[in-house]
Design a protein around this ligand. Structure first.
Ligand SMILES: [Fe+2]
Length: 184
């Protein structure tokens, strides 16, 4: 739970600030989970395309760690207290732990397609709400979403055939997406 704020930025009601802090906390958990998951993929990919995927992932880790820092510091700016411990992520998250261990680059990229779909959808849901509450935080969410959508394309470009069709099309789980991408 978000503790009650004792101050916030000028011109914003306490109730609005508390809601914005909650939205920031959700994105902070998502960003912390994502950069750890991306490192896990960086370490566990195997196969003939190892080096290109291994090296593609690290700039994404660095960017998403930067997003987490910006989200947490925005929370503090608004008078909130960012929760960044591993236990707090696990307790609060509404998604399942990343489910793929050592696997081929295509299998991991297939699973990451679904991971990015979930993260980006939640960012866009947050943007819709923030348009009314706080355009400053909305601007941060929009900037991060733009980068995440670019990274998602980097993933999808490995899953796409020359007709533009994704090997993961219609996959409803990481396991199904990994299996479909592994055959593609
Ligand atoms: Fe490394």
């Amino acid at each position: 739970m978000t503790p009650k704020l004792h101050y916030t930025v000028p011109g914003m009601s306490d109730a609005d600030a508390e809601r914005v802090v909650e939205l920031l906390q959700e994105r902070l958990h998502a960003a912390n989970d994502l950069h750890l998951t991306l490192k896990h993929v960086h370490w566990n990919v195997v196969g003939p395309h190892f080096i290109s995927v291994h090296e593609m992932i690290d700039p994404q880790v660095d960017a998403v760690r930067g997003f987490a820092d910006d989200l947490a510091e925005r929370m503090a700016t608004l008078g909130g207290s960012p929760q960044g411990t591993p236990g707090s992520i696990v307790a609060a998250r509404t998604w399942d732990e990343y489910s793929i261990g050592r696997a081929t680059t295509q299998e991991h990229l297939g699973a990451l397609d679904l991971v990015y779909q979930g993260v980006i959808t939640s960012y866009r849901d947050g943007i819709k709400v923030l348009g009314e509450l706080d355009p400053v935080t909305e601007d941060m969410f929009i900037g991060q979403t733009e980068q995440l959508e670019l990274f998602h394309w980097f993933i999808r470009a490995h899953l796409e055939d020359k007709g533009g069709r994704l090997s993961t099309e219609g996959a409803g789980s990481e396991q199904a997406a990994a299996a479909a991408a592994g055959q593609g």
